[in-house]
Unconditional design. Structure first.
Ligand code: SAH
Length: 360
């Protein structure tokens, strides 16, 4: 399991994807072709601001140059295979990649704006017992352009009839895959989304979610980008976490908590801990107290998630009463806690479920 694979998506013999270029890479690329550097700003903003996916649409770029770019490079262009509408403005997309694989992305509408939950890998290696993403195993890393394009496609999808706040303003790397196992491409995608020549999204509106790849968490703390780190904890003790999340055997809870504290210390950002309540597994009062003990004194926030039952896994979600009891114990211990609004159960929005159903 590598945490440092750059996963830039460029292999020898494969044309580079200009959607995955940072602004300065775009400049180097065009300057090398003998073009003035302002062309880079033009091409970058065609892709990221105006959301075009073909060179033909870049009307202020001379035709001869468009042809030359097309000869040496490509532009990722995900295809919307299906779009499912759920409650409260949630839209779940199944997006086709150039090689025939597909990924899921979810657009969620909140009072404060629109958030995109995007995938970073096709499949997943982590094997969490309750998660659908890894059921079919790992296929491949996404390139940065393929991560960014999930956001661009959501924006384009709403462009013909934009509603107030319908453009993506928040991005969470919480779809299929482990972002810190595809570190280079994930961080690069966030930098591209942040670029002022493009979507100009604030790092403070981005979240990286991890099952606990400790070296990647530490590296992210030093990256100099103030994104929110979200740790998928789901169990307060090593015994239990070992059972439901194999990664815990490699990076057990004490190391995980140390890395999370390091992240909070370095970035000044409160770390979020995700805790999916699984009936009879991790939802008892004892576990709530253990969790409170684990997080006491930390710059942390707990997000309780009602488990999305996955057919293949046989786990059930906790009842509402159990959830509220768990919530109350944390609250009483003064641990900041919220229960995640349930989005998408009606549209298989959770974690690889749609892809499993349609794309094998
Ligand atoms: N690999 C990363 C990001 C993708 S998973 C991570 O582990 O954080 C996104 C979140 O969904 C994680 O918190 C994950 O534990 C959670 N999740 C996975 N399967 C789930 C399910 N069936 N119900 C609810 N949450 C689930």
């Amino acid at each position: 399991m590598s945490t440092s694979g750059e996963g830039a998506g460029s292999k020898p013999g494969v044309k580079p994807d200009i959607k995955g270029f940072l602004p300065d890479e775009m400049r180097d690329f065009l300057v090398e072709m003998g073009e003035p550097s302002y062309r880079a700003t033009q091409v970058f903003s065609w892709i990221h601001r105006k959301g075009v996916s073909s060179l033909d649409e870049m009307t202020n770029i001379p035709l001869a140059l468009r042809r030359r770019i097309g000869e040496v490079a490509r532009i990722t262009n995900l295809e919307i295979i299906s779009r499912r509408l759920g409650a409260e403005g949630t839209v779940k997309y199944l997006l086709g990649l150039a090689d025939g694989n597909c990924v899921e992305a979810v657009r969620m509408k909140y009072g404060y704006g629109t958030s995109a939950c995007v995938s970073t890998q096709v499949g997943c290696k982590m094997g969490c017992a309750f998660c659908a993403s890894g059921v079919g195993g790992f296929v491949r890393n996404l390139g940065p352009g393929e991560i960014v394009d999930q956001v661009l496609k959501m924006n384009a999808d709403f462009a013909p009839a934009p509603q107030e706040g319908s453009r993506v303003g928040w991005v969470v790397l919480m779809g299929t895959g482990e972002p810190l196992d595809n570190y280079g491409a994930s961080v690069k995608a966030l930098r591209i989304l942040n670029a002022k020549e493009g979507l100009n999204l604030s790092f403070r509106r981005m979240t990286v979610s991890t099952c606990g790849l400790v070296p990647g968490m530490r590296r992210l703390a030093e990256e100099g980008i103030p994104v929110t780190l979200s740790v998928s904890l789901h169990a307060p003790t090593d015994d239990l976490r070992d059972e439901i999340m194999p990664i815990n055997k490699r990076y057990p809870i004490p190391e995980l908590m140390e890395a999370a504290s390091f992240y909070a210390g370095r970035t000044g950002r409160r770390v979020t801990f995700e805790y999916a309540l699984i009936r009879g597994v991790n939802d008892g009062p004892e576990q709530a107290s253990q969790l409170a003990g684990l997080l006491r004194g930390m710059l942390a926030h707990v997000n309780l998630i009602p488990l999305n039952p996955v057919t293949e896994k046989g786990f059930q979600r906790s009842s509402r009463e159990t959830t509220m009891r768990f919530f109350a114990i944390l609250k009483r211990a003064r641990i900041p806690v919220s229960v995640r609004r349930e989005l998408g159960l009606d549209i298989d929005a959770a974690c690889g479920q749609l892809r499993r159903r349609y794309c094998r």
